[in-house]
Design a protein around this ligand. Structure first.
Ligand code: PMP
Length: 309
């Protein structure tokens, strides 16, 4: 089969069982391996759906400049789509995100604008957002998808990621957990899975130093892509029953273990998600099935602590 273009090949990532990291007395843990998605992350799905929705509504056209504030993967996804569809793309990023992310965005032909992170990722993301909105005010051709409030983001997960998981598992799923960046994943996948099993247990995961939903102070942490210090508009807080905390150390150790024990080389938040999924598997016990996501590839973290060990 030949794909018309690379965008046609987005999604349909494998769902893989963990074997060496799990306890036979616990629930099984299945991971959706988005490291092998086109663009290297789960966010190509949401970028594509947001752009397609805007095209359908006539909100964008040939002269559009896509501008988005993002801590990384969404920018890479948008830059890739801009390249294929011929839209100019400009990504506004905190300077604390990994160097690989900036280089990838640039290599897709997009422009990168860096905003200085003074040790508070939430404040920096807010500054990135204000910069993008100002650009939209100054230039009517600028379109800001606004992933934190764009329903096409969670819709991609409800209609695609979630449906793929249901079809691939082919049996009841008893638990799901996910870290929250925009909340698109937990809202969309969570609602898709709950439709199939109303009793499903869903956990939201927060980094220890960005536990805003838990009412804690937001500082800096290394679980890039989640814990941005804002409560996103598209997050449906009724989708999860509990909030669990994962430390930076636990996320890193688990991500390294996924590579060394399961051959699943993923980014830091894959470690975050699996650390919580293993706790959930213990709670639910043998015979049950827990699902989580490995949102991106490890290869955009060479310059970070993930490869320091
Ligand atoms: N992990 C990584 C590496 C990400 O880039 C993102 C997206 N920001 C997430 C997790 C969280 O996904 P969502 O935005 O759907 O909450």
């Amino acid at each position: 089969m030949i794909y018309h273009d690379v965008l046609e090949a987005v999604g349909n990532t494998p769902l893989i069982r963990l074997n060496r990291m799990t306890d036979p007395e616990d629930a099984e843990v299945l991971v959706k391996f988005e490291a092998v998605n086109i663009g290297g992350s789960v966010k190509t799905r949401t970028a594509l759906n947001m752009i397609q929705a805007a095209e359908k509504d006539g909100r964008i056209g040939p002269d559009t400049i896509i501008v988005e504030p993002t801590s990384g993967n969404q920018g890479i996804g948008l830059a890739l789509i801009g390249a294929v569809k011929g839209y100019k793309t400009r990504i506004i990023m905190p300077d604390s995100v990994s160097e690989e992310r900036r280089k990838l965005v640039k290599n897709y032909g997009a422009e990168v604008v860096l905003i200085h992170d003074e040790g508070n990722i939430g404040a920096c993301i807010e500054k990135c957002m204000q910069t993008a909105l100002q650009m939209a005010k100054d230039d009517p051709n600028v379109f800001v998808p606004q992933q934190f409030e764009n329903e096409a983001n969670s819709q991609a997960h409800r209609e695609q990621t979630g449906q793929e998981i249901l079809k691939q598992a082919g049996k009841p799923i008893h638990g799901f957990c996910s870290g929250i960046g925009t909340g698109g994943t937990i809202t969309g996948v969570g609602e898709a899975l709950r439709e199939q099993n109303p009793d499903i247990l869903i956990w939201a995961i927060e980094p220890e130093h960005a536990a805003i939903l838990s009412g804690k102070e937001v500082g800096s942490h290394i679980q890039m892509g989640i814990g941005d210090g804002v409560i996103p508009k598209i997050l449906h807080q009724d989708v999860y029953q509990d909030i669990v905390i994962v430390t930076d150390e636990e996320a890193l150790a688990t991500a390294r273990e996924l590579a060394a024990k399961e051959g699943l080389m993923c980014g830091i938040t894959g470690g975050t998600n699996v650390a919580a999924a293993l706790r959930m598997a213990k709670k639910l016990g043998k015979g049950k099935t827990v699902v989580t996501i490995l949102p991106d590839t490890a290869e955009r973290y060479f310059s970070t602590e993930l490869f320091d060990a």
